[in-house]
Design a protein around this ligand. Sequence first.
Ligand SMILES: [Cu+2]
Length: 347
Amino acid sequence: MRGRGVGLSRPLRRALPWALAALLVAGVGLPVVAASSGHLPAGPEIGYGVSVTPAVAHVNVTVVMTDAPAYLPSAITVNTSTVLTVHLVNQGNLTHTFTVSKVPGADALPSNSTPQEVDQFFLKNGFQANLSLAPGASASVNLTFGVNSALDVFQFVSVIPYQFQAGMAGTISVSGGPPSVLLEDNTSDSLQFLPNTLVVNVTHYPVVVGVYVSNLGSFSHTFTVSPFSNYSLSPANFTSFFLSHPPLIDAPVPSGAGSAVWANFTIAHAGVYQYICTIPGHFASGMYGFVYANVVPPPPPAPPSTAIVQGWVLVGAGLLLVVALLVGLSAAYVGRLPPKPGEPPHE
Ligand SMILES: [Cu+2]
């Protein structure tokens, strides 16, 4: 064969297509498999809450003290992140105090407490404010309610003996207010929340959470959060459930791409809170998600493995290489056989 000059030997020529096929399968197949794995569904995205410090609001309230004895008004409501300035006016002929509990709770100081027990309570727990006003006097005091005061109720009383017992008491209730944890979510015409997993990690409860819900599609939706933690709502009866157990928030997401709504709500304690869209049929079609409040969310479902596919590409390339080897070997072997009688010698 030597000296015939052109190119490859016959065994190599026979084996070459198979070897090329093996290279093609390995060289093209593997990158294609690797690239396609990046486009496989990757499971639900997770949204993580971002802690922020809300701006502080300033609120003024005038409280009149009377000899009834009483405070007018006796119920004050503020938001979190508020500085409350109480202007006190004693319109009576007796001295009264405005003594605010440091301990939250609508009945931290039981109404049947004796004057000694009232004194002991404030001696033991301290107070947020303690002003004594002579008849006709007036005074002001600032009280601060931060992000950690959500849902707290603080009592204020007059500690002059037997005034509290006679009814000189009131409450400051702290409602939600601006959120201290921000999240984002989206609604889609495929009836999904994107993401459908929201994570809140805070060191104090209750916490006010604000979710900015944007509409990616054209249908209107709602962002409605279950009042119960670790409780699964049912598409069959959530309407009646919410009648007896009002949701933490029921925020309408207007129709039309680009519209958005803030869904602000207060989470009382750690746990998993389901949220749904209450538009008929949407929840049943899978339009729900979960807020994981200091609970680790389950890992998103793993994308379908490409290991088997990649394995088969390698096996296929290997088989083709074996075929190439066999073809090459057999061609070399055939090449050594003497020509059949009557056949012209090989060229
Ligand atoms: Cu919906």
